[in-house]
Design a protein around this ligand. Structure first.
Ligand code: GDP
Ligand code: IMO
Ligand code: MG
Length: 430
């Protein structure tokens, strides 16, 4: 197998981190191709919990090569802090990590621009506040963008920042609700300091990956966010600013899509969403309702921002769409144990749009907003399933539930997860 991808098929937090960690040893490289420190990937291993935001999950295994591709946006203090934290926990980070010289850099004015956007009177998205959107805006706009490689050329960086920062100050002042201004000299000095510490990691990652392909190394791509948050294909404008579905691999790493031989689509056994935007199967059934029970049992609070995640039933209409979009070969169904709290389990099999039954995910966001879920109901199992290690250890009702998901999504199920630990995983024989 040349290249595989682990991708989320909902609105993020599907437990991609756990799957990447489980599959990493079958590969030589783990590569992030999109997003930045808006991601929060949790891995429970060796009795410890690791939370990764910007670094690929592969860094937990120093014998593997971890790559931050050109499609990622990097906030240098966060990059360095994450490395320091790992080292403090006893995980070695050195030559096993490469950061693309073409990745774009997040500056303090990006964070401020996002803060003003999100607190102003215009459209708000409910972002993670990590400067992701404004940095990608600059990348596409070109003239106010700075890449990681630029940080290593002091004179060039100083010159660029002296042109960009006054422009940004004028733009930020025009928001009306902002008082903060930035100083080009101060930012230059600060970032030159980061650059010296980042220098050993900065590489031509495209060359590294092309060499890896030539040497028949096995690559594992780790998507950030979920396909419904993809900037082109997700629930726009309530999305992130990159291609989180595998479409982002080619542009975000330089590895041609034709090398991708396996796509593992990761889903929760239910649905969560952080931030604003349509969510047809959201449960708003109060403090004693199933929504709150799922939130508690699944510990559904954002890794990055600590916000309570919105919780709801599994949406087979949405996932059938994203599974096709991602070209998923198989599904990994995660957090199945959480549904043990429900007496009755619902699956959204279609939408009702003003009396019309829709079985395909609508392209028009105004339609999606007004869709009501059409549910199929299944009996719950109400028993602890965290110790199951094979399908036959699961109650019949649980097996029926995952079989039904597979049928509705039209994809086989390859992995079932019944708890956060590595061991709490069932690999389904195909
Ligand atoms: P990611 O962003 O897709 O990597 O997902 P997150 O790490 O943000 O959220 C998934 C959470 O669920 C993490 O806290 C995991 O430790 C946890 N988790 C993973 N698999 C399971 C599972 O099968 N059951 C339970 N209860 N928790 C799980
Ligand atoms: P992982 O990789 C869940 C959401 C934010 C917001 C929208 C835009 O852990 O699955 P952004 O800061 O990217 O501009 O915010 O996207 N979002 C995520 N939701 N999991 C994530 O990452 C997310 N990354 C961004 O909540 O709604
Ligand atoms: Mg997450």
């Amino acid at each position: 197998m040349t290249a595989s991808c682990v991708v989320g098929l909902q609105w993020g937090d599907e437990a991609k981190g756990k799957i990447v960690d489980l599959l990493a040893d079958r590969h030589d490289f783990v590569i992030r191709y999109n997003g930045g420190a808006n991601a929060g990937h949790t891995v429970v291993a060796n009795g410890r919990t690791y939370k990764l935001s910007l670094l690929p999950t592969g860094v937990l295994k120093p014998h593997l090569m971890s790559v931050i591709g050109n499609g990622v946006v990097v906030y240098p203090p966060r990059f360095l802090e994450e490395i320091d934290n790992l080292k403090a926990q006893g995980t070695e980070v050195g030559d096993n990590l490469a950061l693309s010289d073409h990745a774009h850099v997040i500056f303090p004015y990006h964070l401020e621009e996002e803060r003003l956007n999100e607190t102003g009177s215009g459209q708000t998205i409910g972002t993670t506040g990590r400067g992701i959107g404004p940095c990608y805006q600059d990348k596409v706009g070109r003239v106010t963008a700075i890449r990681v490689g630029d940080l290593l050329h002091a004179d060039y960086l100083r010159q660029k920042l002296h042109a960009i920062v006054p422009r940004k100050n004028r733009m930020l002042a025009s928001f009306g609700n902002g008082l903060k201004t930035f100083d080009a000299d101060q930012i230059t000095e600060e970032y030159l300091g980061y650059a010296e510490r980042m220098r050993p990691y900065v590489k031509d990652t495209i060359r590294i990956l092309h060499d890896a392909l030539r040497e028949k190394k096995r690559l594992l791509f780790e998507a950030a966010q979920g396909s419904l948050l993809d900037v082109d294909h997700g629930t726009y404008p309530y999305v992130t600013s990159s291609n989180s579905c595998p479409a982002g691999i080619w542009s975000g790493s330089g590895v041609p899509a034709r090398n991708l031989e396996q796509v593992i689509g990761v889903v929760k056994a239910y649905t969560t969403r952080v931030g604003r935007g349509p969510f047809p199967t959201e449960l708003n059934d109060g403090p004693d309702g199933v929504g709150e029970k799922i939130r508690k049992a699944g510990n559904e609070y954002g890794t990055v921002t600590g916000r309570p995640r919105r919780c709801g039933w599994f949406d087979a209409v949405a996932v059938r769409f994203t599974a096709a979009l991602a070209g998923a070969d198989q599904l990994a169904v995660m957090l199945l144990d959480v549904l043990s709290v429900a007496d009755e389990i619902k699956i959204c099999v279609a939408y009702d749009f003003e009396g019309e039954r829709l079985e395909r995910f609508p392209s028009d966001p105004f339609v999606l907003e007004r869709c009501r879920p059409v549910y199929e109901s299944m009996p719950g199992w109400r028993s602890e399933i965290g110790s199951a290690r094979k399908l036959t250890d699961l109650p019949l009702a649980t097996r029926r539930y995952i079989d039904r998901l597979s049928e509705l999504i039209e994809k086989p199920i390859g992995i079932v997860s019944v708890g956060p630990d590595r061991e709490q995983t069932i690999f389904v024989e195909q």
